[in-house]
Design a protein around this ligand. Structure first.
Ligand code: SF4
Ligand code: SF4
Length: 507
């Protein structure tokens, strides 16, 4: 790639997206370093037309994806998988056996002769165009049955990541867009539903990856998949810092604990402790706020009904819906006593106690009635015991993620000449699909759409091609009989031992 410095305004967009990191902008002018593979990623984002492709060179072209990198001697392609070694394009990595990742994926791959792949797609490379056989189609015998595993590193454009962020804190309204700041504000996803004690974020997906922000979004997601912390902003909501497997930081607060249940569930779970803790206990929660003495669990234990009524919409006895917000428990209550809508002061007595807590016990306040009002003070020993039990019952908050994609499209072609037969065989349980050895959840209905826990895929084996698409290892395992029935590329089958010998020769 060449730069036309007269046109360059030094915006740095190209620097942000270059997959090899060889672009720098100094003095508001672009500089292109050595190792350019002519992937044209920079050219796609330059608003000034300041980047000009170089004429084809005699450098060998990688034909493993539509980017068609021309890789200089000793350099990597844009996806960092392929390498020019003495003029030959080689996959820089090696095929992994199932046994090598077994500790990571556990027994999850499944039972029976086709339950586990003979080898994994990790390090296998990609065959492109797709109609040609996958890079490894291997055969072996399991439990006396001839089986075949077909593996590939599938470039999946229609893919994204669903994040589960454990928090009670209100982060924004469902459906709102999610942005990152990368030389401007980039749309990378949206906020989905709240599920139990977690917020679900959808990042990536085909509509975003193919948008003007697609290359930026793909880069951010790939960083996340590699374990890096990403900073996101919810439209009209809060800012979050998220790293896979780590506690989330939300609006500057590190969320340490995931709630044990909603305010009503918490009331039901810990009713015997609440009975002792105070004359009334309110569990403030953005899903359901619980009022102990009115709640069925309090009444079951014959707790005397307190003279306290709550604000919000009453769902059923002792269960209230409050407005969402950045207050306690993901409600809009900032001062905890504001949750009390009414008190029959005639029924209050000197020293009457009230405990208000979030579901995690992260914030709590203890009050005693004095003359005509509740005064905050130190909690009773019974309240302390309850709050300790509550906190200990909460799991640690973390950010988890599933990779969401479909291999129902062209990624089937390396297996068979009759793709619909493969799809049907998958849904009939005749073909076992695994992702880097891990068992995905496959959606019912057409296609091979799946979700897989990204922490079960060996670290560093998801790549990014600047088409943009994520490249993930996929294995299809079946009996030799099924492979023939679905029109598999039988001519390309090699014994697994031969494939592994080749593996050992690879770097
Ligand atoms: S063509 Fe690709 S590798 Fe070359 S400078 Fe542009 S983005 Fe970087
Ligand atoms: S991005 Fe990777 S697979 Fe695609 S052409 Fe470049 S080196 Fe080959």
């Amino acid at each position: 790639m060449k730069a036309n410095l007269d046109k360059c305004k030094g915006c740095g967009l190209c620097e942000e997206v270059c997959p090899l990191g060889i672009i720098t902008v100094e003095g508001r002018k672009v500089q292109i370093g050595t190792g350019c593979v002519e992937c044209k990623t920079c050219l796609k984002v330059c608003p000034e037309g300041a980047l000009v492709p170089e004429a084809p060179t005699d450098q060998p072209m990688c034909t493993s994806c539509p980017i068609m990198c021309r890789i200089p001697e000793g350099a990597h392609g844009a996806c960092m998988r392929y390498f020019n070694e003495n003029g030959q394009i080689v996959r820089h990595g090696r095929v992994h056996t199932y046994e090598e990742v077994m500790d990571l994926v556990g027994e999850g791959a499944g039972a029976g002769p086709i339950g586990r792949p003979l080898i994994t797609g990790i390090g296998s490379g990609t065959t492109y165009p797709d109609f040609r056989p996958s890079p490894f189609i291997v055969s072996g015998v399991k439990d006396g049955v001839d089986i075949v595993t077909v593996v590939t590193e599938a470039p999946l454009s229609y893919s994204g990541v669903k994040l589960k962020v454990d928090t009670d804190l209100h982060v924004g309204e469902e459906g709102k867009k999610i942005y990152v700041r990368r030389k401007g504000k980039r749309h990378i996803g949206h906020l989905c539903t709240e599920e139990y004690g977690s917020k679900i974020l959808s990042l990536g997906g085909v509509n975003i990856l193919t948008s003007k922000d697609g290359l930026f979004a793909a880069k951010v997601l790939h960083e996340f998949l590699q374990g890096k912390k990403i900073k996101v902003e919810i439209e009209d909501g809060t800012k979050m810092e998220l790293a896979l497997g780590k506690e989330p930081e939300i609006g500057g607060i590190i969320e340490e604990r995931m709630r044990v249940g909603c305010g009503s569930a918490t009331t039901g779970l810990f009713a015997p402790y609440m009975f002792e803790a105070a004359d009334e206990v309110i569990v403030l929660d953005g899903h359901i706020t619980g009022l102990f003495s009115e709640h069925p669990s309090g009444r079951y234990l014959e707790k005397p009904r307190s003279p306290i009524g709550l604000t919000g919409q009453k769902s059923t006895e002792g269960r209230y819906f409050l407005n969402k917000g950045s207050g306690w428990g993901g409600t809009d209550i900032v001062n905890p006593l504001d949750v009390v809508k009414e008190i029959d002061t005639g029924k209050c007595f000197e020293g009457m106690t009230l405990l208000i807590t979030e579901t995690t016990g992260r914030k709590s306040a203890f009050y005693r009635w004095k003359k005509d009002r509740f005064i905050e003070g130190p909690p009773s020993p019974e309240a302390v015991t309850f709050l300790e039990v509550l906190k200990e019952s909460c799991e640690l908050s973390r950010v988890s993620a599933v990779f969401a994609a479909g291999v129902g499209g062209s990624a089937r072609a390396g297996v068979t000449k009759n793709p619909i037969k493969l799809t049907r065989a998958v849904h009939e349980g005749k073909v076992n699909v695994t992702v880097g050895g891990a068992r995905p959840f496959i959606f019912p209905g057409g296609g091979i759409n799946f979700l897989v826990d990204v922490e079960k895929i060996k670290h560093g084996s998801i790549y990014l091609s600047p088409t943009p698409s994520f490249i993930i290892p996929v294995e299809y395992t079946m009996t030799l009989e099924t492979f023939k029935e679905i029109g598999g590329h039988v001519e390309a089958v090699q014994p697994v031992k031969e494939a592994l010998k080749k593996k050992d020769k690879d770097r």
